[in-house]
Design a protein around this ligand. Structure first.
Ligand code: MN
Ligand code: MN
Length: 468
């Protein structure tokens, strides 16, 4: 409608958001529920960044993606592996690279508990692993629960030993103990941040002495003997390992109506899975497309597989090189002309903690994917703010494809805040906006997402790839 033109019904000017469950058909419900079945299997099989890279590579291979190290000119679907912890899927439709890429980027690392380099010790005739937590966790949430050990040990000769203990029903699990309430008078007076301190996050791993004979370090030696017999590594090999403790067990449906998924690490495997499936399903296009899966977001995106490195530039450079267009000018221009959805989760309004959110501008659980123009703390500090023009383009394609979407900031102004990879990607000059699923209990061992929001995150990324 033009300016000055009288609207016959001014009520139509009101921006009305709608729940993702409101007015849906049985067929819609089935689409939403079916999508989460695939998502849950991703959560179960890809609990670490390395497992996620493996999962993505295998699934992409089934969709015709070729590892770029084996690809030739003409291969349109490419997989790029960065150190087994980060990866890229690319679909090439314009081999002149005259335009930028449509990119969706998520992260596959999750908050968790990592082993230290020299972890094993004995105390009171029990054996423990010392740990150093990874990412922003509330440490008290990680005690007294079943934990599984996932990761890799690399021997001096380069041999890699994969470890996954605690996921099979017949496996043992591990745990961190807490003080009994009867004796917790002093502990209960402490502030929540120090009720359980970092150096208290020690993992119980055994108690039977070597050859059933109590002597110095006999339990530690029995554990080392077990690790060597079963996995083939010795104590010094922990130094070159990446062993992570994550909650044991599978993703579960929550609620009588099964409307939620509960699992560890949905930040940001929900957006990772949605981005991958959206790329597979987006269909024919003239545009070049990328789905990228970063490591190290939870600890500031540093390191050579984090978004705060030139990893995206290296990925695009590999692609344009394959097509003989590997000059710096083409690289810079195609990066600057690209459009990027920073695919990361947001906080959903939890009625128990509603005071931390401003209701008009926060994500409602079940009301669709969140479009977040800026993140940051205290006056948008340290964030990428998307340009209005790009936000308009995004909401146009979302509306065109009937995506349930909502605007969302991360909590009340001055309450706290956070950042995503958006600001690092924007350094290439491309348009970037944050767009992802609202969660409850973010960074907890059991995070909660609405199946409607999971599905509409996928729909949003697909609309972006299809129509932008
Ligand atoms: Mn995240
Ligand atoms: Mn996070």
């Amino acid at each position: 409608m033009k300016k000055n033109e009288k609207n016959s019904d001014p009520k139509k000017l009101v921006y009305t958001k709608k729940s993702g469950w409101d007015g849906i058909t049985d067929k819609d419900l089935k689409s939403i529920m079916d999508f989460s079945e695939g998502y849950k299997s991703f959560l179960d099989e890809a609990k670490t960044e390395r497992e996620a890279v493996r999962y993505i590579e295998e699934k992409a291979a089934r969709h015709g993606y070729v590892n770029i190290t084996k690809a030739k000119q003409g291969d349109k679907k490419l997989f790029i592996n960065f150190d087994n912890v980060s990866c890229v899927l690319a679909e090439i439709n314009d081999t002149n690279f005259s335009d930028g890429f449509l990119m969706v980027g998520a992260h596959i690392d999750t908050p968790r508990i990592d082993l230290k380099g020299y972890p094993l010790y004995e105390a009171e005739d029990m054996a423990y692993f010392k740990t150093h937590y990874y990412g922003g966790i509330k440490k008290y949430q990680w005690v007294t629960r079943a934990l599984a050990l996932h990761g890799v040990v690399v021997l001096e000769n380069g041999t890699k030993i994969d470890v996954c203990i605690g996921e099979d029903d017949s496996d043992p699990v591990f745990t961190i103990n807490d003080l009994l309430p009867h004796l917790a008078q002093d502990q209960m007076q402490k502030k929540a941040g120090v009720v359980i301190e970092g150096e208290n996050l020690n993992i119980l791993v055994g108690s039977i002495p070597y050859k059933f004979k109590y002597e110095k370090d006999a339990i530690k030696i029995a554990i080392l003997d077990h690790l060597h017999t079963k996995y083939g590594f010795a104590e010094e090999d922990f130094v070159s390992s990446e062993l992570q403790l994550v909650p044991a067990g599978k993703a579960r449906d929550i609620g009588f109506d099964r409307s939620f998924v509960g699992a560890h690490g949905q930040d940001d495997r929900v957006c990772s899975y949605a981005a991958m499936e959206a790329l597979f399903d987006a269909g024919k296009s003239k545009r070049n497309k990328i789905a990228m899966f970063f490591d190290k977001e939870e600890i500031g995106s540093k390191g050579n597989a984090g978004a705060n490195s030139n990893i995206l530039e290296r990925a695009v450079n590999k692609i344009i090189n394959l097509y003989g267009k590997g000059d710096y000018n083409t690289l810079l221009n195609t990066l600057a002309d690209s459009k990027f959805l920073s695919a990361d989760v947001n906080a959903g309004i939890d009625p128990e903690w509603a005071g931390t959110m401003e209701k008009l501008n926060s994500g409602k659980i079940g009301w669709g994917v969140c479009l977040t123009k800026f993140t940051g703390v205290r006056g948008k500090g340290n964030s990428n703010e998307a340009h209005a023009e790009f936000v308009a383009e995004c909401r146009k394609v979302f509306n065109k494809d009937k995506v349930k979407w909502q605007t969302a900031e991360l909590g009340k102004v001055d309450q706290g805040g956070g950042g995503t990879i958006a600001m690092f990607i924007a350094e290439y000059g491309m348009d970037v906006v944050d767009c992802g699923t609202p969660l409850l209990s973010m960074h907890a061992p059991f995070e909660v997402a609405s199946k409607a929001d999971i599905y509409h995150t996928y729909k949003a990324y697909k609309a972006f790839y299809k129509y932008l």
